[in-house]
Design a protein around this ligand. Sequence first.
Ligand SMILES: [Zn+2]
Length: 250
Amino acid sequence: MLLVSGGAVTASELLDPRSFADAVAVSPTEAPAVAPSAPPAPDPPPPPALPPAFDRGQRSIDDPASTWVVVNKLRPLQPLDHAPADLVDIGGGMQLRAEAARAVAALRAEAAAAGLDVEVQSAYRSFEYQQGLFGNSAARFGVAGAELRSARPGFSEHQTGLAVDVGGGGCDIERCFGDTAEGRWVVANAHRTGFVVRYPAGSEQVTGYQYEPWHLRYVGPELATELHDTGVATLEEFFGLPPAPQYAAG
Ligand SMILES: [Zn+2]
């Protein structure tokens, strides 16, 4: 039940400063002059926008036709005998997928502009070719010995049509390539045309391969530059995939 007091000021009203202010109304003439309104302060500039986060999901890493496909000893091509649909000749009896062929030509042109000759020594290898290579190696060195020397058929990046082995500076498909001017140029510049050194030194337990400064993998300039700029050494680490030091048992 609401009891309205007849004009009496309640204790709570006395404690309320608003009530007090109402009670002590000042006459207009005594009112302090209102300060002329200052122009509104400009809004502070917005903080600099962060670069958009790199979208790691924009392409498949499973589809063998994707330029981002990750192939290693735990991730064979699927199907095992996949063959790219858009192989083109790059000379020397070699083939690559069209996009990688254009990119390797651009890489070689950039190297040439720097006075360096980066030569392609090996490119696409079919499932059948790898089968023959691996079979010959296994006959000579045993399966374990063959696995140290070449990938099992269906597990080679060369089968994607996106990988090349290069040479130059007097060193072809050998570790010494990393110490040539060509090899050093490749490490510093190949990302611009979309290539990564796929098996860097120190990542053997992640990639399953010894240091191969000559083996370049085309992933496109966007991803290659992201890897280069962030210093992530391998595709496995970039995509959060488990290390693939060896083939699965069985
Ligand atoms: Zn290779």
